[in-house]
Design a protein around this ligand. Structure first.
Ligand code: NAP
Length: 298
C-alpha cells in the first residue's frame, strides 16, 4: 500500500518510521529539510502534493493553521489520488474537524480523525493509543495502518469530532493533574516535606494513574526536556476553551491551566515540556500563585 506522510516533527518522524518498518512504502513531506538518515527507508518528497498521490495519507502537522496552509490553501484535496483516505493525527480543533470532514466529502475522499495519546518516545516504540473516528468505510480502509503505530485503537464512532473532543479533554485533564501536583508540592514543601516523599505518598495511595506517575517524575527531577512542548499544550488548552465556549460553557479549571501555560510560554518556556508550568507554580512565578497572592493583599 502506498502511504503519504505530511509532517516529520517529533511525533510524525517516529510514526512514519514505524510504517516503513511494518513494510509500507512511505513518501513523506516536511516543510524544513529533514536528513535522510534520520528517517531511513522513508522517501522524502519535494512537494506536499506528492504525498497525496497515495492510497492513504497521514498528517501530523502542529495545528489547524498549518493544516489549512499546507493542505487546504494549496488545493491538495482537489489534486489528491482518487479514493485516498486522509488520516489526521494532529491535535486540532473540533470546529476545524467538522470543516475538514465536509471538504473531504465534497472532494470524494475518505477522512479519519485519529489524534493520539503518547509522547514521542511512545510513538517511537509503536505504543500510542489512537482515538479514531470517521465513517466506517474510511476507518476500514486504514485500520491496518494504525496497528504498527499503536498499542490500542479506540474507535469512537462515525463523527470525527468525537476523537478530537476526547483528545482535547485528555490533555486538559493532564494539565490539571500537573497543576494539582504542583499545588500539592507548594503546601507540603512549605512544612519541609521532601517532594519525592510527597509523590511517593500520593502515587502509592490516591493518585496512581499514568499522568501522575509520568509527570510527578519530571516535577521531582525538575527535568523539562520535551516531551510535549508547552507551546503545543497552550494551543490545546485554547482549542479546549474554544470548544467549551462554542457550547456556551466556561470551565474554571481549564481557564486556570490555560493561563498558567500562557505564562510559561510568555516567559520563554514554549519549547520546554509542558510540566514546566508546575515549576513556575512551585516557584510562585505563574499566574495562579501570583493572582492568589494578589487577592490576599487586596
Ligand atoms: P513538532 O515536533 O513541533 O512538529 C510539528 C510539525 O509541523 C513539523 O513537521 C513542522 O515542520 C510542521 N509545521 C508546523 N507549522 C507548519 C506550517 N505552517 N507549514 C508546514 N509545516 C508546519 O510537534 P509534534 O510534537 O510532532 O506534534 C505534532 C502534533 O501532534 C501536534 O498537533 C501535537 O499537539 C500533537 N501531539 C504531540 C504529542 C507530543 O508529546 N509531542 C503527543 C500527542 C499529540 P518543520 O519541521 O518545518 O517545523
Amino acid at each position: 500500500m502506498q502511504i503519504g506522510f505530511i509532517g516529520l516533527g517529533s511525533m510524525g518522524s517516529a510514526m512514519a518510521l514505524n510504517l516503513v518498518n511494518a513494510g509500507h512504502d512511505v513518501r513523506a513531506w516536511n516543510r524544513s529539510k529533514v536528513a535522510q538518515d534520520s528517517v531511513p527507508g522513508v522517501t522524502l518528497v519535494e512537494f506536499a502534493a506528492d504525498a497525496f498521490q497515495a492510497d492513504a495519507v497521514f498528517t501530523m502537522l502542529s495545528d489547524d493553521a498549518a493544516i489549512r496552509e499546507v493542505i487546504l490553501d494549496a488545493g491538495l484535496l482537489e489534486s489528491a489520488q482518487p479514493g485516498l483516505t486522509h488520516v489526521v493525527t494532529s491535535t486540532i480543533s473540533v470546529a476545524f474537524v467538522r470543516e475538514l470532514e465536509l471538504l473531504h466529502d465534497e472532494a470524494g475522499l475518505g477522512y479519519v480523525s485519529a489524534p493520539v495519546l503518547g509522547r514521542p518516545n511512545v510513538a517511537a516504540s509503536g505504543q500510542l493509543n489512537i482515538l479514531a473516528a470517521g465513517k466506517a468505510d474510511a476507518i476500514a480502509a486504514i485500520e491496518l495502518l494504525l496497528a504498527p503505530l499503536s498499542k490500542k485503537v479506540w474507535k469512537l464512532g462515525e463523527n470525527p469530532a468525537r476523537a478530537n473532543a476526547a483528545k482535547l479533554a485528555c490533555n486538559m485533564m493532564i494539565a490539571m493533574a500537573i497543576e494539582a501536583m504542583a499545588e500539592g508540592v507548594v503546601l507540603t514543601e512549605s512544612v519541609g516535606l521532601d517532594r519525592a516523599d510527597f509523590f511517593e505518598l500520593i502515587l502509592g495511595t490516591l493518585f496512581s494513574g499514568r499522568a501522575y506517575e509520568s509527570y510527578s517524575a519530571q516535577i521531582r527531577e525538575r527535568s523539562f526536556e520535551p516531551g510535549f512542548k508547552a507551546k503545543l499544550a497552550l494551543k490545546d488548552m485554547r482549542l479546549a476553551t474554544k470548544a467549551s465556549n462554542d457550547i456556551g460553557r466556561m470551565l474554571p479549571m481549564l481557564e486556570a491551566v490555560r493561563e498558567g501555560l500562557g505564562k510559561a510560554v510568555s516567559a520563554g518556556h514554549g519549547e520546554k515540556d509542558w510540566s514546566i508550568m508546575a515549576d513556575m507554580t512551585v516557584r510562585g512565578s505563574n499566574s495562579l500563585a501570583s493572582s492568589e497572592n494578589n487577592s490576599e493583599k487586596n
